[in-house]
Design a protein around this ligand. Sequence first.
Ligand code: ATR
Length: 281
Amino acid sequence: MRLTGKAIIAGVMGWPVAHSRSPMLHGFWLESYKIDGAYLPFPVHPENIETALRALPALGIAGVNVTVPHKEAALRICDTVDSTARKIGAVNTIIVEKDGSLSGSNTDAFGFMENLKSESDWRADRRPVLVVGAGGAARAVVSALAEEGVSNIRILNRTKARAEALASDFADRANACDWATLDSSLEDISLLVNTTTLGMSGQPELEIDLTALPRDAIVNDIVYVPLQTKLLQAARGRGNATVDGLGMLLHQARPGFAAWFGHEPDVTPALRNVILADLGA
Ligand code: ATR
């Protein structure tokens, strides 16, 4: 699509930014919907993130995603921040408002829940949910589960202090358990989510014995390289329904695209295939 002088510009700021799939993802949608717009990678050094974000209104840019390592700085810099981003402690989507102010949000929780619901029949009920990990991704996942009404979220992390810190932010809904209780913590759960880097290519596997996992529980790995992690393979092997991590990446991009380019985008098999081909997965 050729750009005109009216083209809407958005993009992603990261350091490095070369690995980001967002330009491909948004570019796919821009082409599909024949929108006069562009979504660009902006390599922004951490020293320059505030200057770069403050320059957005002056440049007439509609907004940006921010990725590693800018998500926490963006939370501090934005003029307004939504409650989910505040709870997660990170901003990943910024909209430049008409008055030039910057509105920050975090769409990872939305992306996680939209993906889970569209790829499985999981619905919150009284059963517990087990979240493995306590990093930034876990924070988004726990926030989404709490928002969905899950009242018993078990958080297990190698470093227990981080699990405790996360659980205390969702005190009435979450509790931290010992890493050593991983296998037995599977009892009675409706959903297991791996938010750690374990199982990612080049990383160690998540060592877990699924014997105690109920047959009707869903297993969701947010790792997407490889798409079928050992955890998902083992879960499928014993008959559990599984959800891979690629959809979260795709769905988290929807709110930004809709806000900047004025079109609600769809996550389709064609989009998945384009990103999968790029991942070499
Ligand atoms: P992100 O923001 O992507 O979630 P992160 O904050 O670096 O990334 O978190 C990575 C998660 O993977 C953490 O829960 C981490 O556990 P620790 O808090 O104990 O570091 C987990 N993780 C990474 N490598 C691990 C390993 N070898 N064994 C167990 N957990 C691991």
